[in-house]
Design a protein around this ligand. Structure first.
Ligand code: HEC
Ligand code: HEC
Length: 421
């Protein structure tokens, strides 16, 4: 009997360690530059596991740049091209498990039953069916952006379709690249029973594998705060406990950052300063109207999605445009947006890819007035000590061990392209 039990336990533990082919496939795709038009950038360049699933920069440097994180530099081929991505690369923690959470800072990927795929996105009805999650859907878009991954018109076929905003054309070319690599075809066959030959591989399979990898790799729910919720009250120190009471009380953070993941999934304006080239709107096309770009409703101007605060201590710079490189400064901005906005200057920015000329409206009275008029934050007064406590609580939302880099970073990818940036 004892032997049978041992064998049984062995079989069970064996199955739980069975190879997750889809995870391995998604990981390779996430790190493979072959998905980018000029084969010079991968998802991991801007969402690196070693950089809190971001890039450590206020604004991402897209294709054509070189280096990783703070060492990343702009490329020199900048004729008429906006060199910076207009927004901060958000972290990828827990995106697969926060219920009904819209993706992107302006929520342009969201669940909506009136679309055949069940998901509303910039591709409208062109989004393929068979996508398993919002992460899977999201993964189809970086390749369509000429700044992020596609490259400039004339550079390559993917870029040419991207320039015409022909999503289907881009996806077909990206799929072809993957179909033509034997190393991938084998893995797709092992992952999906419906795939027999390379022609059976579709863009939705690629999205689903990447989405599965992101979901599993970046789940992060074992912070001191989680342990506290499970009844291990000693997991939080006194300062963090006080910070938690303030967060869910007097400081009113919970009105937007509520629930287990500290987000309402809705859109609010914090009147953050404009940083970066903008999203082709407003004064000189240099403003970012945020949620209004999706809803076309003026009331949504300057509103951005409430982010989850899990691992927030690891994911700076903060804000949709990385305006603040110090966690305390963005919290301070929440408490007193007017003073913070009027005193904003380039010393708040991390590194030197974002220069003075990328913060064109600092000190512009009429723009500041519009930003402050949109502010949704409640009026709160906190002492320095109370601020310290809140910061301590934010640190208690850190779970450092999502998986360990060894499991998250491949040694090589089927294209044979370099994993260095
Ligand atoms: C050049 C840098 C860059 C590359 C390359 C890149 N991303 Fe991103 N990613 C960003 C930025 C910037 C945003 C936010 C854009 C916005 O909100 O408009 C973003 C948003 C996201 C989001 C939404 C996160 C959230 O909180 O809503 C996910 C998921 C994501 N990227 C995954 C990927 C995947 C998968 C790839 C590869 C197929 C990829 N990214 C390639 C910079 C990049
Ligand atoms: C009115 C809703 C609202 C309230 C109240 C609120 N926040 Fe926020 N918070 C947001 C939104 C929206 C963002 C993202 C804004 C952006 O990027 O433009 C944000 C961003 C943040 C960030 C940066 C996260 C990141 O990944 O960049 C931190 C940290 C933060 N909030 C902490 C707090 C704390 C602490 C409090 C309480 C003192 C608080 N928030 C109160 C809505 C709110």
């Amino acid at each position: 009997m004892k032997n049978i039990l041992i064998i049984f336990a062995f079989v069970i533990s064996g199955t739980s360690f069975a190879k997750d082919y889809k995870f391995e496939l998604g990981k390779q795709l996430f790190f493979d530059k072959v998905l980018s038009g000029n084969k010079n950038i991968s998802c991991a360049t801007c969402h690196h596991p070693k950089l809190g699933t971001g890039d450590n920069l206020p604004l991402s440097v897209g294709e054509g740049g070189s280096g990783l994180g703070s060492y990343r530099r702009l490329g020199d081929n900048l004729d008429g091209v906006k060199p910076l991505v207009p927004r901060n690369a958000p972290p990828l923690f827990n995106l697969g498990i926060i219920k009904d959470f819209p993706l992107f800072h302006d929520g342009r990927i969201e669940f909506n039953d009136s679309y055949p795929s069940g998901i509303k996105s910039p591709a409208g009805h062109l989004l393929p069916e068979g996508l398993e999650s919002s992460l899977a859907a999201q993964a189809l878009f970086p390749v369509t952006s000429h700044v992020e991954m596609a490259g400039q018109e004339g550079d390559n076929k993917i870029a040419d379709f991207a320039a015409k905003e022909d999503f289907k054309g881009v996806w077909k070319e990206v799929t072809k690249r993957v179909q033509n690599l034997n190393g991938y075809v084998e893995q797709f066959r092992a992952t999906y029973s419906e795939i027999k030959t390379k022609e059976d591989i579709g863009i939705h399979h690629i999205g689903n594998a990447i989405g599965h990898f992101e979901d599993k790799a970046f789940r992060s729910v074992d912070s001191p705060y989680d342990r506290y919720l499970k009844g291990q009250y000693w997991s939080l120190n006194m300062e963090a406990m006080r910070g938690m009471s303030l967060f869910y009380g007097k400081a009113q953070c919970y009105t937007c950052h509520y629930g287990k993941f500290q987000t309402d999934g809705k859109f609010h304006s914090l009147a953050l300063p404009h940083v970066g080239p903008g999203k082709d709107k407003g004064v000189d096309g240099k403003e970012d109207f945020g949620r209004e770009l999706v809803t076309k409703n003026k009331k949504d101007r300057y509103k951005f999605r409430t982010p989850s605060l899990r691992n927030v201590a690891l994911t700076g710079p903060w804000g949709h445009n990385g305006a603040y490189s110090d966690l305390r400064d963005i919290v301070h901005h929440h408490i007193d947006p007017e003073t913070a906005l009027l005193n904003f200057n380039s010393t708040h920015l991390n590194g030197d890819v974002v220069t003075e000329e990328n913060i064109p409206f600092v000190g512009d009275h009429s723009i500041n007035k519009m930003l402050l008029a949109s502010n949704d934050l409640p009026k709160v007064e906190l002492s320095e000590e109370e601020m310290d406590n809140i910061i301590e609580f934010l640190h208690a939302l850190t779970d450092l061990k999502p998986m360990g880099f060894k499991k998250l970073i491949p040694l090589s990818v089927p294209s044979g392209l370099s994993l260095e940036d």
